[in-house]
Design a protein around this ligand. Structure first.
Ligand SMILES: Nc1ncnc2c1ncn2[C@@H]1O[C@H](COP(=O)(O)OP(=O)(O)OP(=O)(O)O)[C@@H](O)[C@H]1O
Length: 249
């Protein structure tokens, strides 16, 4: 139990009775079948579950990339189901960061320009000290002038991670961020994401299939058939793997 003096845990994002149905009638797929979940601030949450269990749908709907069929999704206190398209675009730009399996870098821009692109588009500038901290921590300091085609896959993903973190978003959503990387490079990226949470108070929500990746999180949520069926605190790769095996029976 938290002590009486412990600060209350704030919620960076949450969903309330979230439902998402694709198609209609007999062909209807209930990708989310009533999910209520909170993502605490300054924590790293992983979402796992069998293929088709609704992981990406949940992330996309909470991150304002897709809309729920019913229920609500909040970023902080903002009910995003009430926002129009423009408001959603601005909310994503100003308050959220994204990391995908595909790095989505602009080929004609240098690493530095790619990292700064979201802020350039928003007409803002990063705090120079913060920019240096992020670039140093992701280990990209000497490659900032290079184009993506001159960087390895791991280096490109580091640029993508830096791009997500430099604007200091309220929350970073990551969908299989290490899916395209070899295991050593994946570990570097995950370690960096972990440090961003521990050392800078970043909030991260990550969808993954990989029990080892999930072990970097504070909490793992398990989805099955569009519902949250379990959660695990302080996960280890072995415990996550054991839990995942129970879905296959
Ligand atoms: N645009 C769509 N149209 C129709 N059905 C969809 C669409 N997107 C997702 N689905 C279905 O919704 C369900 C949940 O999909 P989702 O991609 O969220 O699962 P997931 O857990 O992320 O899967 P995976 O691990 O394979 O990426 C699946 O049955 C999927 O086929």
């Amino acid at each position: 139990m938290p002590s009486a003096s412990a600060p209350p845990v704030s919620t960076a994002a949450r969903a309330v009775d979230a439902r998402k149905t694709y198609g209609a009638g007999e062909a209807a797929v209930h990708a989310l079948a009533g999910v209520t979940v909170s993502f605490p601030e300054r924590e790293f949450t992983a979402i796992m579950g069998p293929s088709g269990s609704g992981k990406s749908t949940l992330m996309q709907c909470v991150a304002g990339l897709d809309r729920l069929t019913s229920g609500s999704a909040y970023i902080g206190d903002t009910d995003i189901s009430q926002l129009n398209k423009t408001q959603l675009t601005l909310l994503r730009r100003d308050r959220l960061g994204f990391i995908f399996q595909q790095y989505n870098l602009i080929p004609s821009l240098t690493a530095r320009e790619n990292i700064l692109l979201p802020m350039t588009l928003a007409g803002t500038r990063p705090d120079p000290e913060w920019f240096d901290t992020i670039v140093r921590t992701v280990g990209m300091g000497d490659r900032l002038g290079n184009l993506p085609s001159e960087l390895s896959g791991g280096q490109q993903q580091r640029v993508a991670v830096a791009r997500a973190l430099v604007p200091r978003p309220d929350i970073v959503f990551a969908d299989e961020p290490t899916g395209a990387l070899d295991s050593r490079t994946g570990i570097e990226i995950l370690s960096f994401m972990r440090r961003a949470v521990d050392e800078t108070g970043q909030t991260i929500v990550m969808v993954t299939h990989d029990p080892h990746a999930a072990s970097y999180a504070n909490t793992v949520l398990f989805l099955e058939d569009g519902q949250i069926v379990d959660s695990m605190e302080a996960p280890t790769a072995d415990r996550v793997l054991d839990r995942m095996k129970r879905f296959e029976g």
